[in-house]
Design a protein around this ligand. Structure first.
Ligand code: PLP
Length: 399
């Protein structure tokens, strides 16, 4: 079927729910760190499906696993054991500090499971405590409960009243956490580094202090590593860089390099779900698990996190060299390949559009902030190419 034959934009605007602020591009193909639109124009992809295409687009490891498994078994329901689900779970357990796994289809669904598990734990072990402390500028997903957990009013306001039981405090403020804790608190839920909120990096000892507070009070630490996990920050999981272990961790985005999958992990003592208390039809299906297993195994075996650390350093050096030339840059921050640039004015959308015109996709995560989250397999040459384009765009704007 020809893709040129119809006005896809017009059709989308007529029949699709208008919830997305889309760039005016129709992407039709991807390979590695590049994508192409329907006119054949090539782009360097520093969005990567929103930190999803960890091995880039259509990596042979993912494609082979999908091809193979699609001819063997794709869906059985969880009324039966399936081997890819168990293999992926074993890899998750072996590669992390957690003991038990529940596979699901998305980040929001993983967090929904984490919230349910923390409440179950509170009911059984903490005299019915159910409140979860979350932070400002956090992002935990689009379901009702994860919207309630998300500390950004713009996501909440259209849907009030939201599920109760969430208390929002300032990020990177241990005293705020302490003040908000009471006999109803069962958990604290955090992103090690906030992604959607603009790549906000906490003080080095923040997570340690939160962990110590959780231990003192006997409450749970839930780390939402949906964006920071799977090598994005230079270690397989970001908690490894902060000297803490979570009681519950959630993953999704980079797990399968482009397929929809997520995971909820917990320590043994916290894994209190009993038969029938959680589930899902598609969750942990063999097709997605086979692909995610091969992708994660590749990321671990090839030590991709070490590559991320190196490339992250190069990206940061290159960006810092821009800082001296452009007074409009307010701050450059990041860890590994999760990087943001904040400008003194609200020019992120303009920068994004100008970059796209020159063949670089980036994301305007806030009105004054752009985010760079390329595939983890990016090389030095493509990093320099991207920074050159950004340099050209900033120069063009100065004229
Ligand atoms: C993207 C994201 C989510 C939501 O994941 P979805 O797959 O979009 O539901 C939750 N938490 C964090 C930290 C994220 O970056």
């Amino acid at each position: 079927m020809s893709t040129e034959s119809r006005n896809w934009r017009e059709l989308e605007q007529k029949i699709y729910m208008q919830v997305f602020k889309r760039n005016d591009l129709i992407l039709v193909r991807g390979k590695g760190v590049k994508v192409w639109d329907e006119t054949g124009k090539e782009y360097l992809d520093f969005v990567a499906g929103l930190a999803v295409n960890s091995l880039g687009h259509c990596h042979p490891v993912m494609v082979k696993a999908l091809n193979r498994q699609s001819k063997i078994l794709t869906q059985t329901s969880n009324l039966y054991y399936t081997i890819p689900q168990i293999q992926l779970s074993e890899l998750l357990v072996k590669s992390s500090c957690l003991d038990r796994v529940f596979i699901c289809n998305s980040g929001a669904e993983a967090n929904e499971g984490a919230i349910k598990l923390a409440r179950r734990y509170g009911k059984i072990k903490l005299n019915g405590a159910y409140e979860i402390i979350t932070t400002t500028d956090s992002f935990h997903g689009r379901t009702l409960a994860t919207t309630a957990a998300t500390g950004q009013n713009k996501f909440q306001e259209p849907y009030t009243p939201l599920p109760t039981g969430f208390v929002n405090v300032n990020y990177n403020d241990i005293d705020a956490v302490k003040t908000a804790t009471n006999e109803l608190t069962c958990a604290i839920m955090l992103e090690p580094i906030q992604g959607e909120g603009g790549v906000n990096i906490p003080d080095d000892d923040y997570l340690k202090k939160v962990r110590a507070w959780c231990d003192e009070k006997g409450i749970l630490l839930i780390l939402d590593e949906i964006q920071t996990g799977i090598g994005r920050t230079g270690t397989l999981y970001a908690y490894q860089q902060y000297g803490v272990e979570p009681d519950i961790m959630t993953l999704a985005k980079g797990m399968g390099s482009g397929i929809p999958i997520g995971a909820l992990l917990a320590k043994e003592k916290v894994s209190v779900f009993k038969v029938g208390e959680h589930g899902g039809t598609f969750v942990g299906n063999p097709l997605m698990c086979a692909a995610a297993y091969e992708v994660m195994k590749y990321i671990i075996d090839e030590n991709i996190p070490a590559h991320v650390l190196k490339m992250g350093q190069i990206l940061m050096e290159e960006l810092n060299s821009l800082r001296g030339q452009f007074a409009g840059i307010k701050e450059i921050r990041g860890k590994g390949l999760m990087v943001a640039i904040t400008f003194k004015e609200n020019i992120a959308t303009d920068i994004m559009n100008r970059c796209a015109a020159k063949g670089l996709l980036i994301n305007n995560v806030k009105p004054d902030t752009i985010r760079l989250i390329p595939p983890l397999i990016i090389d030095e040459r493509d990093i320099r190419k991207a920074v050159d384009i950004l340099n050209d765009v900033l120069k063009e704007r100065q004229r």
